[in-house]
Design a protein. Structure first.
Length: 257
């Protein structure tokens, strides 16, 4: 057998091995996605039940509740809410990876979405004595309204969690200076900031910075990763700038409608 024939046989073997490896990887990904889908579905049922019964106990449906008992019930409720959010986020990520999550792109008034998101966290802002300033210009983007609200909700929630009591948060929306065909939405805070040596990993799944303030704050490291995935489905982008001790500014750009 000449070298040309030998090379052809070797090439064929390599192609076969590559095809088999690709099929194995695809099967592994499908199995993982099926597993995550099953787990998230099965977790929703008991968590819904726990939330329901906890709410009934808080309302005193089974009789008077002492202050200590009420405190424990609120702790249970808060932790179940945290688990529910994680399950929902994992489900969304799983659907995106399996190309089973679709978005409906329509003209969306950014100011209306900002108002909707900020109103939903008014109580938390007041409890932490945080000052929220919103400065959205008249801007309309081509996006999925509910998914845009989800992303802005994540960014605002992070700003609230990692900003000490009495701090400031500012939300703006303007035509992007670098591209007049896009709108830039920013969420800036006066919080702890992100350590410079860990900023490259901020969008990784489950990643959380190692500083004391971050570790002391409940979180699962999914919201920023999911935000980037959701924005990619809408021709959107996300980025940030941050300095330790001087707060963070996260920005989102989307096509102007």
């Amino acid at each position: 057998m000449n070298h040309s024939a030998e090379d052809q046989v070797h090439l064929t073997e390599l192609e076969t091995a590559l095809a088999e490896a690709t099929e194995a990887l695809k099967a592994e990904q499908e199995a993982r996605q099926a597993f995550v889908s099953l787990v998230t579905h099965e977790l929703r049922v008991p968590m819904t039940s726990i939330k329901g019964y906890t709410d009934l106990l808080i309302k005193g449906i089974m009789g008077p509740v002492s202050d200590a008992q009420l405190s424990f019930l609120h702790t249970i409720r808060a932790n179940v809410e945290r688990m529910s959010k994680m399950v929902s986020d994992l489900s969304d990520i799983n659907k995106i990876e399996g190309r089973r999550l679709s978005v409906s792109l329509t003209p969306v008034d950014v100011a209306m979405v900002v108002q909707e998101v900020t109103e939903s966290v008014r109580a938390t802002l007041e409890a932490k004595t945080l000052t929220l300033t919103t400065e959205p210009q008249a801007a309309v983007v081509l996006a999925d309204r509910s998914r845009l609200a989800q992303v802005l909700g994540y960014l605002l929630d992070n700003a609230m969690q990692y900003t000490p009591d009495g701090g400031n948060i500012t939300i703006t929306a303007v035509v992007a200076s670098e591209d007049p065909q896009r709108v830039r939405i920013t969420v800036a805070d006066t919080g702890y900031g992100i350590p410079e040596e860990e900023q490259d990993r901020i969008f990784e799944m489950f990643f959380r910075a190692s500083d004391e303030e971050t570790r002391a704050t409940p979180g699962n490291g999914l919201s920023l990763n999911l935000s980037r995935r959701l924005l990619a489905l809408q021709d959107g982008e996300i980025g940030f700038s941050s300095r330790r001790g001087s707060g963070s500014t996260f920005w989102v750009t989307l096509p102007a409608a």
